[in-house]
Design a protein around this ligand. Sequence first.
Ligand SMILES: *Cc1c(COP(=O)(O)O)cnc(C)c1O
Length: 334
Amino acid sequence: MATTNSARNWDLRSDTATKPSPEMFQYMAQAEVGNDVFGEDPTVNELERRVAELLGKPAAVFVVSSTMSNQLAIRTHLRNPPETVLCHSHAHIYKYEAGGASFHSQAMVVPVTPANGAINLTVDDVERGFIEDDGDFHCAPTRLILLENTFTGTVMPIDDIRAIRRFANENSVPVHMDGSRLWNASIASGISLAEYAKEVDSVNLCLSKGMGCPVGAILAGSEEFIRKARHFRKLFGGGWRQAGILAAAGLPRRLADGLFELGFKPLLPVETNMILLDPSDARVDSDELSRELAKQGVTLDTVYKGSIRIVTHNQIDDECIDLVLSVARGLEKK
Ligand SMILES: *Cc1c(COP(=O)(O)O)cnc(C)c1O
């Protein structure tokens, strides 16, 4: 059974390319299972319990995808339209979830672009976009603040998260964190998953990206919140009968530094597993690099709005990094 990439075959487009390792398949084959809709799958229960503990949250629910997890969070936090949710103007929830907030939750999204060249939202941005519940019938008050960490591979500073938390408390509004890659943020910053989770009411963690699971995400929060989210999960058609388990993550720093030496410029700081490069001053032609790498079994995305996007994950090893750097150096125009 082909369970992992064969030797000399790597995909640098996205950490969603990760496949289960042979050990993971073995674990899955041996897993004890039951009917999770009845709460009777011991492996799912164990996964939910362990991730909730890792996050320091009372409860968690295993769901199909991070999209479902985020949408369940929005639906569960909101209850009384007309309402708005506030998020970054490039948040996954706003741009890449098929307009789910309006469809599932009848909510308008207020997208906010960080001011002063900041990458992540600050409390000033949140205050600027926030719609108060002041009795004005023209407006739909903000009932939920959504944060994303990491955001395109950058770590959201914990002080900004804390300031937003204080603002949210003052306004009695919950905060949800799309922590699809919170694992990466935690490794890069040294701040534990629980320390991040403490600052928000609910958090989503992705299992099918850096972790390498074939499917799955975890939504965590209070007992009452998760009980309600389970109800909506059933309504969304997401009640299921399966199990999943965790794996490990990868590191991109050496690759980024090698490419900078060839004139590629970072479009965003390289803090975790994502590298966004501006190739305009590079001494290597991106298309040529992509073509040469393809011959050697490496898939590289070169057309992300004129930039190069590289995402490392647990199936990208040193051999792949060495290969990319040596091919790139071989193509350098002197
Ligand atoms: C990938 C991603 C999602 C959606 O994940 P799926 O499991 O593919 O639905 C949500 N948020 C962020 C930040 C992501 O990177």
